[in-house]
Design a protein around this ligand. Structure first.
Ligand code: ADP
Ligand code: MG
Length: 319
């Protein structure tokens, strides 16, 4: 007989992630109890992954568990927050123990690395869907918002955008790649690294911040709209990985870097006075200055509006 719901929860979702002293009561009661830090603001985010829409069907369950938490960690990173507690809503077509073991291991490993406790959730039957709600904290008033960019600020990006989209294209057979380059790009799609330490380090430095989930140009447009500004990006400043450069030509590189999703890098603005400090910052990712914030609304790449495929980002309801 397949295990029941309670046995599954007991086996795969009890005592997962970090053991935190501020968790008074975790999985097992009607709700969890936590003790928020005095004087801090609570930061909350929720993201849902639907099979086929957010990850390919048949993706290794470990990667699904990692991704479900990583996308939420990235949202908290973009706010400059420290993550703490997660709730998991899991909808499964069947009680597949092998899949659950992989999924919970992927989630658990990442949660421990970022000191996140899994404190509760809900388990239901249906098409494979994973929702995580993540809570964390930031000192009062210190959160990084999308709305603070000012004309004249520098525009910065962490890491090497475009890699994850190239990794997905390889997985789906739309792009050919071999050897180390292929492995590196696949890794960037399968195990995205949320920039939590960077987000915390940017408190008091960045004027606005967003995580790049739908593509650099599209997410930049969101940041600009929230701040009531525009931006000019110089494409020759885009940091491109050796892997990406070795498998596609200059035009396609640019398209991946500007339009590719799933990178979970941080895109942020900062006054020019912080250049030296940012260039020397060691927070897990290389930072590159790629442009400048302007008074003129809209995003321009080398002076022109982004190409359609790069500029819009992903929209689930777009016709
Ligand atoms: P209730 O009947 O109150 O909804 P459940 O049977 O859904 O309770 O859940 C029992 C306990 O297990 C609760 O503490 C709940 O938070 C936890 N839980 C259920 N599903 C999950 C899951 N997928 N991950 C983590 N905790 C879960
Ligand atoms: Mg319930």
């Amino acid at each position: 007989m397949p295990p029941g719901e309670f046995e599954l929860i007991e086996r795969f979702f009890t005592h997962r992630g970090a053991a935190r002293e501020d968790v008074r009561l975790g999985v097992g009661d009607d709700a969890a109890l936590v003790a928020p830090r005095a004087g801090a603001e609570c930061v909350l985010a929720l993201d849902t992954l639907v099979e086929n829409a957010h990850f390919p069907a048949g993706m290794d369950a470990r990667f699904v568990g990692h991704r479900a938490l990583a996308v939420n960690l990235s949202d908290l990173a973009a706010m400059g927050a420290e993550p703490a507690w997660a709730l998991l809503g899991l909808t499964l077509p069947s009680a597949d123990e092998h899949w659950l073991a992989g999924f919970s291991a992927g989630l658990d490993t990442l949660a421990r690395r970022f000191n996140v406790a899994l404190i509760g959730g809900d388990t239901t039957r249906g098409p494979l869907t994973v929702t995580i709600a993540l809570a964390g904290s930031v000192p009062a008033g210190a959160a990084l918002l999308r709305s603070g960019a000012r004309p004249g600020d520098d525009l910065w990006i962490s890491g090497t955008p475009g890699d994850a989209a190239a990794g997905l294209a390889i997985l789906q057979g739309r792009l050919q790649g071999q050897g180390r380059a292929r492995d590196a790009l696949l890794h960037r799609f399968q195990l995205p690294e949320p920039r939590v330490a960077l987000g915390v380090a940017l408190r008091g430095i960045a004027t606005a911040c967003i995580d790049v989930s739908d593509g650099l140009a599209g997410d930049l447009a969101k940041l600009c709209a929230a701040s009531g500004v525009g931006a000019d990006v110089e494409s020759r400043e885009l940091p491109l990985s050796a892997g990406l450069c070795s498998i596609v030509g200059p035009e396609a590189r640019r398209r991946f870097a500007l339009g590719g999703g799933d990178d979970y890098e941080l895109l942020f603005t900062a006054p020019a006075g912080h250049r030296a400090r940012l260039a020397a910052l060691e927070a897990g990712a290389v930072l590159r200055r790629i442009g400048v914030v302007s008074e003129t609304a809209g995003v321009r790449i080398d002076g022109a509006p982004p190409e359609r495929e790069a500029g819009h980002g992903f929209d689930h309801f777009a016709g």
